[in-house]
Structure formats: structure tokens, C-alpha cells
Design a protein. Structure first.
Length: 209
């Protein structure tokens, strides 16, 4: 986790890096998006799923209690991260394409959000997705759609990479590695950042904060 950068805005944007690499293609695009969020006045917290999952005995949810009590991650960095997530106004999830869908790290992390769902913590939180792949058409849209599905089960509000000042966009930001050389994807990540803040501000009253 990186510290929250505090600005004048009351908005908190959380960036979830579902890649095993802290500084890879996915992380690069997440940084492009959240840099715009910070410029627009939001607080930002970055969470690296793989590092957080290492702080619990097992990285996988085994439904040890139903409804979820959160006991499996109590007093861990993962628990702290989930508490941060519960306060978010917007969440940007980034994942590389692994066998045509999300990486196991983000899926394992999201499976641990059962208690947040019970508490309705993420209802009306704005969600957006970023994906990077080795090939131009290597499953990025499938990966983004899988992230959207995870958002929907939490009752979140999904946005893509469209904005009035640009165009209507598509599903989110998708890139071909190396992301740092994908000029189109970099631009879409920045547009996505603007859209996140716009919708998070407009829907603030809908969230139970």
C-alpha cells in the first residue's frame, strides 16, 4: 500500500493493481489514470493485491464463515486494505490478461470482499477497469468484462473511458505491452481518470458514507 495523498476533495479513489508486478504494464496505466484523479483533487490510495494476499495464511477464500465475519484477515494488511476499500468513492481495477481473463491475484483479492458485500459497502461506488495484454487482441475486453461483473455483484456503478471533452469511449482502458509505448492506451487511461472523478462527484450523495 502507498499512503493516501490528501487534497481538497472529499473523494477517495482506490487503485487496485491485480498484476503480480508492482511496476509492470498494468501498474503503469493505473498510474496514468490516478495521476489525473489527483490533478482533479482526489485522494488516492494504491493497493497491490499480491503483496496484500501474502499477509494472510491462505490467499484464497474458502468461505470459512457464512455470512463472512472477516476473521481470516483480521489484523492483517489485507484487512487494512479492505477497510480502505470500504471508504472509497471510486475504484479502478487493473489486471493483465491471463488465459483470456483476469489474473488470479485480483480474483483472489476480490473474493475476500464478501463482508463488504454483506455490509453494502460498495453500493454506488464508481468502478472502472484497465487491462494490459501481450497481444493487441489478446483478451483485454474479456478481462475488462470480468472486472465489470465483479463490480456489478457489489452494486457498483460502472464507467468506461468516455468523457464529454473527448468521446463516448468503450469498455475501459486496454493496452498492448509495453504500455509505456501504447500512446492510445495512455490517453484512454487519462480520460478514464477524468470520467471517474466526474461521476464520483455527481453520485456522492448516493453512497452511504
Amino acid at each position: 500500500m502507498k499512503g493516501v495523498r490528501k487534497k481538497l476533495s472529499e473523494l477517495l479513489v482506490v487503485a487496485l493493481n491485480g498484476s503480480p508486478h508492482k511496476t509492470g504494464n498494468t501498474a503503469f496505466l493505473l498510474n496514468e489514470a490516478i495521476s489525473v484523479c489527483m490533478e482533479m483533487g482526489a485522494e488516492v490510495e494504491q493497493l497491490h493485491c499480491q503483496s496484500l494476499l501474502k499477509t494472510v495464511n491462505s490467499p484464497f477464500c474458502v468461505a470459512c464463515s457464512s455470512p463472512c465475519s472477516g476473521k481470516c484477515y483480521a489484523d492483517t494488511k489485507l484487512g487494512e486494505a479492505l477497510n480502505i476499500l470500504a471508504k472509497a468513492d471510486a475504484i479502478i481495477v487493473g489486471s493483465p490478461v491471463y488465459f483470456g481473463t483476469v489474473a488470479g491475484q485480483i480474483k483472489a483479492f476480490w473474493d475476500r470482499t464478501r463482508l463488504l458485500r454483506t455490509n453494502k459497502s460498495l453500493i454506488n461506488v464508481v468502478g472502472a477497469a484497465i487491462s494490459s495484454g501481450a497481444s493487441r487482441f489478446g483478451g483485454q475486453e474479456n478481462t475488462i468484462n470480468a472486472i465489470h461483473d465483479m463490480f456489478l455483484v457489489q452494486g457498483m456503478l460502472i464507467v468506461g473511458d468516455g468523457h464529454n471533452a473527448d468521446n463516448a469511449g468503450h469498455f475501459g482502458c486496454a493496452s498492448q505491452r509495453p504500455s509505456a509505448e501504447d500512446v492510445y492506451a495512455i490517453n484512454r487511461a487519462k480520460i478514464l481518470g477524468k470520467r471517474i472523478i466526474e461521476v464520483a462527484n455527481a453520485t456522492k450523495r448516493l453512497r452511504n458514507r
